[in-house]
Design a protein. Structure first.
Length: 181
């Protein structure tokens, strides 16, 4: 699968979005579609991949069955909760879906560290929104509007660059701990 979010991750890491004077600053995850940061969220679920196992009985073998891998699927929709989005982009996209104009987009979900920089990410292929909840607005609260957006998709992957970034961060953290002793 193509690494869709590498450009956005590099831009964030270089500081293009590292100094964030925006409403996404309080969230632990960013969602990006086709190079544009579309929202920040506190919860992400549905990062799930499942390979079906098919049991095969071989004549004369009574003590076990062969278990062979079957098709791989993505049993859960991607659900982003407790967040805020680029309202116009996300709402327009969902509104198009409601009208029957389905446009699948590739994107990435970034797990951010305490400084707001990507610690790792997952690429999502061929997604489009299918559910929109919220925001819940209250006049007696100064909280940012919170909403939930749900997407169907054609696949999730964790690119090699994301794994390499995680490993490098782990090694750097270990080196700092050793040097600090």
């Amino acid at each position: 699968m193509t690494v869709f979010g590498l450009g956005a991750a590099a831009a964030i890491g270089k500081g293009a979005l590292g100094i964030r004077n925006d409403p996404y600053g309080g969230f632990g995850f960013l969602i990006e579609f086709e190079g544009l940061i579309a929202g920040g969220f506190s919860e992400v679920s549905g990062l799930q991949i499942e390979t079906t196992i098919e049991a095969f009985k071989e004549g004369g073998l009574n003590d076990y069955q062969h278990k062979l891998p079957g098709p791989t699927n993505y049993p859960s929709n991607l659900v982003l909760k407790s967040g805020v989005t680029d309202y116009l982009m996300m709402w327009s996209w969902y509104d198009d879906v409601r009208a029957g104009n389905i446009k699948r987009r590739n994107g990435s979900i970034y797990l951010l560290d305490r400084k707001g920089l990507p610690a790792m990410w997952w690429d999502v292929e061929g997604a489009y929104p299918v559910k929109w909840s919220g925001p819940e607005l209250r006049a007696d609260s100064n909280a940012v509007a919170v909403e939930t957006v749900e997407f169907v998709h054609r696949g999730i992957s964790r690119p090699a660059a994301s794994s390499a970034l995680s490993a490098a961060r782990l090694a750097a953290g270990a080196a700092l701990n050793i040097a600090g002793r």
